[in-house]
Ligand binder design. Sequence first.
Ligand SMILES: Cc1ncc(C[n+]2csc(CCOP(=O)(O)OP(=O)(O)O)c2C)c(N)n1
Length: 643
Amino acid sequence: MSVATEFPIPLNEYKVVSLDPGQSKLTDQQREQLAANIQLCRDAIIFFTAIADAKGLGGHTGGPYDTVPETLIMHGFMEHARQGGTPDVLPVFFDEAGHRVATQYLMAVLEGDMDVERLFHYREYLSHLPGHPEKGFTPGVKFSSGRLGHMWPYVNGVAIANPNKVVVMLGSDGSQMEGNDAEAARLAVAQGLNVKLLIDDNDVTIAGHPSDYLPGFSVADTLKGHGLKVDIGDGEDLDSLYTRMCAAVTSDGPIALMNRRKMCPNIEGLEGSAHGHDVIKTAVAVDYLNANGRGEAAAYLGTVTKGPGGPSHQGSDESSVGKNRDLFGRILNEILGGISEADRVSSVRVFDCDLEGSCGLNHVRASHPEVFVRGGIMERGNFSAAAGFGYEKGRQGIFGTFSAFLEMVVSEITMARLNDSNVLAHFSHAGCDDMADNTCHFGLNNMYAANGLPDEGKDTTRLYFPADQHQFRACLTKIYNDEGLRFIFSTRSGVPDLLDDAGNRLFGDDYEFVSGKDDVVREGTAGYIVSFGETTYRALDAVVRLKEAGQDVGLICKSTLNVYDEEVMARLAASPAVLVAESFNVNTGLGSRLGTELLKRGFKGSYNNIGTNKEGSGGLWQQMGYQGIDADGILKTMKDLLG
Ligand SMILES: Cc1ncc(C[n+]2csc(CCOP(=O)(O)OP(=O)(O)O)c2C)c(N)n1
């Protein structure tokens, strides 16, 4: 059986249609082949993204499905250029919405850079098909993308470097909310760059429809305001899409084609729905594939089972797992519920950046819409708005997004601090645990939030990364009323309850969180591991096993990351060995600082710090082991340290 026929969508039937943009009308034959290609590719995207759903790996279907027509027309223009036709088109499908990575994997197969079988393994551990495109990591993938608003400015530079080529970028209405895109528009216009934007204007992002939550916002009018040429049309009308794309590619200078369509056109149950943004549910995909004559693909989906679960751990209760990122919103609701409505409205605003449910803010939107701001995908502006709301004593802005995007607001944090603002910021998806989205979505540099000057103790900025749901609750409740900038971190993954030596909850009902105080999880004479967040229960498993093997290693849970608990520091400074185990960047995390602080306090022992140290592996819980920061990795490093 040939390679192509083993994949149940016959991608070997794809025939690239060489398209001369100088001919602005499709011939009947071109139209027929193009339409067949579009259907084939859309079916393939449905199929292989649904495999990831069946395996529990998440992903995105609607975005790449939507943009197939413009992608394949571009493919035709690129083919024409490849055969020596004009204009010359850079053969890269730059995409500012990196979650639409399925497009890149599909095109890599159609271009012959990747075997079609690889598509069975989208987002799987070690498959090299991560949730966002990573240059050089996947055969045929020519750029990295995944943080919205980061690609157009970059593409401008590519266009400046390639003055004789047309450079194309797939755009999205979500990505266009980011301020970077406004900056990029101005540069593209001022420099007359030959950049062509194909914007999927489907009125859908994660949290809903931009026309509902950002009324007044129009991508087309925004871009026109920057002086950009804009052409609005129906993305599903193949003839007019083709004619508009020909005009764009054959005229000089920048232009944005607004390709309007409902999300997931012709997918029953998803068309026009915000759920179309996510991975298609296997059952919906089965119905779609059957309805489109792809019975074999539908049948295959029925055979796919969930991927393997992770290892078990000693020292924690895996029957009681807390999802702290979700709990954030639930606990916040409890706190808000205890404040009178008038005080709530005058003293609190909660700013979402389109990730609502991912950071628990959906609960606040449901219960307290009076203080909820649906901010759109505008982290920098929303963080500053939260800080501005918390400009006066007695008021605070609450903010939520993924930890990866903390890197975007570092400068805003500085200005918020210099304005004595009160902000409570929740950055979920810290570290790398459970992150098939892979490297660009890892939350590694969270310590950048502690970017102030000590100034004789005046800086009240605090960073917190609680280790289980009970510590998270105690922490959030306690710090809610504090002043200044407070950052609280959680992971995508759930975390089990930590247990003491006797098997009782470590953070029991009587536990009181004290900012800046570390918790001694286990005492040890041979050395200590210092950990926090989701790495703590893994470190505890290592400690239990080390003790069993006769090495009396202790464990410190350091949930306040940027304040040193002098009692614990004295204990560590007197210890023969200290290992920091964390999922932050090994170069910028707690471990990169704690050694220095220990030396200042007379530490003479052995020291090491482990954390995320290489680009991701795809998959879920496997990411931690890949980085050497699962229980086995921590155990091995501690053993080596003890000698
Ligand atoms: C800087 C940044 N903020 C937030 C996200 C999380 N995120 C991923 S996709 C998405 C919504 C994107 O909407 P759109 O680009 O219109 O894509 P579509 O829903 O059409 O697939 C968000 C908020 C991100 N990837 N990057």
